[in-house]
Ligand binder design. Structure first.
Ligand code: GDP
Length: 589
């Protein structure tokens, strides 16, 4: 019916589609699955697919007619660019281009990133770059180029879906002996949708069966007509293996960057994108931030998504401490109180109070968006045993590709004749909300290997009844799955809150960190219990007590009405007014 006509763009993320159709992302994902498309919330779907989904919800979809200019003026601009749109032209200074490398699997993205990284080492960089922080910079003709060191378009798509778009230029790696493949086409689609210029790196040119002309023909078919054929796509033959053509590629990047308007205001509003982040035992949250406007300074109060914190230390991509970072600079920072999601836009606020207010508003919005379709691990196994479910679906997350593959292999080998284990999605990186959404929609369990679950993901998992299981040893993981298959999984844990305390004062103690001076409001605080700490309604810490003192003595517990000193394990951002809740976990019958 023409009443429910809706305009949809050529490509749209599941998240945006759900907003447009005013239904939950989970329902969209379910409809997609019913149509045989496995998609996560940030995944892009084309018009034909989104139109089918729209029809299922009673909409009559037509292709969006807006012309480019109009689209560019409105929401299609990356969020950070929209936010700096008010910068005065005269304040904008040219900045280093930010480059991301996309392409089909095995075409050499990682090798190329390594080769580029090493040219700088060869150029006299003392010690070389040993750390991977998700981004690095190289110098060419006295100018800097920033490379995002997170190959693959999953990261790129995540950024785009969140409106961040980290990159100014896409280097599309195409193996000269293999040509344009499905993921090459996907990468082209992403780059085009984001209106980011593409440079083609024709890799593996050293291979005897390399066939540059055939690849150029295929590129032309994708509307990337090589410049030596009269088109405007720069195609640079390279060999990541033999490290040839790298300098030409860097020159091409500078040329394309000169032709684009790559500018920002170093004195303007500070903002950028989270490239990656994780929790490390000794250091707390470590996050790599790409500054896109303004100048980030050590000590600034940063908010990204629902994570916030005052920066305690900043390091450049070589691990050298720095005090400030201007546009296009990636920095590793310490001081966030929870792990932000890759792709989130970060901003700087005047003080921690404002930052917390922003975060709690965002959390409220998130809460409203919560939707339920519960399926706990126990339910799943019950169904399994009853024969209702013949397939155990897993979503696998691991720290690096190198561990993902062996884990996948192990897990797959556990399938027996009657029962299949199906890994529906496997990726590197921490467990995020997307994974929980996908797990909930597809009734899967999330299994993490050497990774953490983001706070927001844990919250969502709780609401959705999705099981997240974390491991650091492969055989424990396989053992659990085997037990699960035999219906013998360890019983779940029941939580009992033993007491609550409020923080009355905070004392810095050298070497130990901050001690929270507390009064126990109800029940008792136990030395060996687990704790959660709330600031208002905001959960700011979950973990353990590392010391509990009454007066000067270490004690096992402190009861209602008494005062005590609490030191939280690996956490130092305690504030007056915080509420510490102590609980125990016991195996349920
Ligand atoms: P990715 O999946 O795109 O990151 O690809 P990798 O960088 O992991 O490379 C895949 C395989 O191709 C590896 O075995 C590399 O050693 C090989 N490779 C990458 N670049 C070249 C190249 O320029 N020449 C040759 N001969 N092999 C290459």
């Amino acid at each position: 019916m023409s009443e429910k006509r809706i305009e949809l763009p050529a490509g749209i993320s599941v998240r945006d589609l759900s907003t447009k159709l005013k239904v939950s992302p989970i329902d969209i994902i379910k409809k997609l699955m019913a149509n045989g498309v496995m998609a996560s919330i940030n995944q892009m779907v084309d018009f034909d697919t989104s139109a089918i989904v729209a029809a299922e919800f009673g909409w009559d979809a037509v292709p969006e007619s807006a012309d480019e200019e109009e689209v560019l003026e409105s929401g299609e601009l990356p969020l950070w660019r929209q936010k700096i749109a008010s910068e005065k032209d005269g304040d904008l200074k040219s900045r280093a281009p930010v480059v991301t490398i996309l392409g089909h699997v095995d075409h050499g993205k990682t090798s190329l990133l390594d080769a580029i990284r090493q040219t700088e080492v060869a150029a006299g960089e003392a010690g070389g770059i040993t750390q991977h922080i998700g981004a690095y910079q190289v110098e060419k003709e006295g100018r800097l180029i920033t490379f995002l060191d997170t190959p693959g378009h999953a990261a790129f798509t995540a950024m785009r879906a969140r409106g961040a778009q980290g990159a100014d230029i896409v280097v599309l790696v195409v193996a000269a002996d293999d040509g344009v493949m499905p993921q090459t086409k996907e990468a082209i689609a992403h780059a085009k949708a984001a209106r980011v210029p593409i440079i083609v790196a024709l890799n593996k040119i050293d291979r005897p069966n390399a066939n540059p002309d055939r690849v150029k023909q295929q590129l032309a078919e994708q509307e990337l007509v090589p410049d030596d054929w009269g088109g405007d796509t720069t195609v640079v033959p390279v060999s990541a293996k033999q490290k040839t053509g790298i300098e030409d590629l860097l020159t091409a990047i500078l040329l394309v960057s000169d032709a684009s308007d790559i500018r920002a205001n170093p004195q303007g509003k500070v903002m950028g994108t989270i490239i990656e982040a994780q929790l490390e035992k000794a250091k707390g949250v470590l996050a790599t931030l790409l500054v896109q406007n303004g100048t980030l300074k050590n000590g600034d109060v940063v908010v990204a998504g629902t994570a916030h914190g005052r920066l305690k230390a900043m390091f450049d991509y070589r691990g050298k401490p720095v005090q400030k970072a201007g546009p296009s600079t990636p920095v590793r920072v310490m001081g966030m109180t929870e792990v932000p999601s890759a792709g989130d836009v970060f901003e700087v606020f005047a003080n921690e109070k404002t930052a917390r207010d922003v975060v709690s508003k965002r959390l409220e919005v998130l809460k409203e968006q919560n939707i339920s379709s519960k399926m706990s691990l126990e339910d799943l196994f019950a169904k399994f045993k009853a024969g209702e479910v013949k397939e155990l679906r897993l979503i696998l997350k691991a720290d690096v590709q190198g561990s993902l593959e062996p884990v996948m292999k192990e897990v797959n080998s556990l399938s027996t004749g009657e029962i299949a284990i199906k890994v529906i999605y496997a990726e590197t990186g921490n467990i995020g909300e997307n994974d929980v959404m996908l797990a909930s929609a597809s009734k899967a369990i999330i299994v993490g290997f050497n990774v953490q679950a983001d706070v927001s993901a844990r919250r969502l998992a709780e609401a959705e009844g999705v099981s997240i299981r974390l491991y650091d040893i492969i055989y424990r993981l396989t053992e659990d799955i085997e037990k699960a298959l035999k219906g013998m999984l360890q019983p779940a844990f029941t939580e009992t809150v033993t007491g609550k305390a409020s923080v009355l004062a905070v004392f810095p103690v050298s070497k130990v960190g901050k001690i929270a001076g507390c009064r126990v409001l109800e029940g008792e605080i136990r030395r060996n219990g687990k704790v959660r700490m709330y600031r208002g309604t905001d959960l700011v810490y979950q973990g353990e007590i590392s010391s509990l003192k009454h007066e000067k003595d270490d004690v096992r517990e402190v009861r209602h009405g008494f005062e005590c000193g609490i030191n939280l394990k690996n956490f130092n951002d305690v504030e007056v007014g915080d509420i510490i809740e102590c609980y125990t976990l016991e195996k349920s019958a």
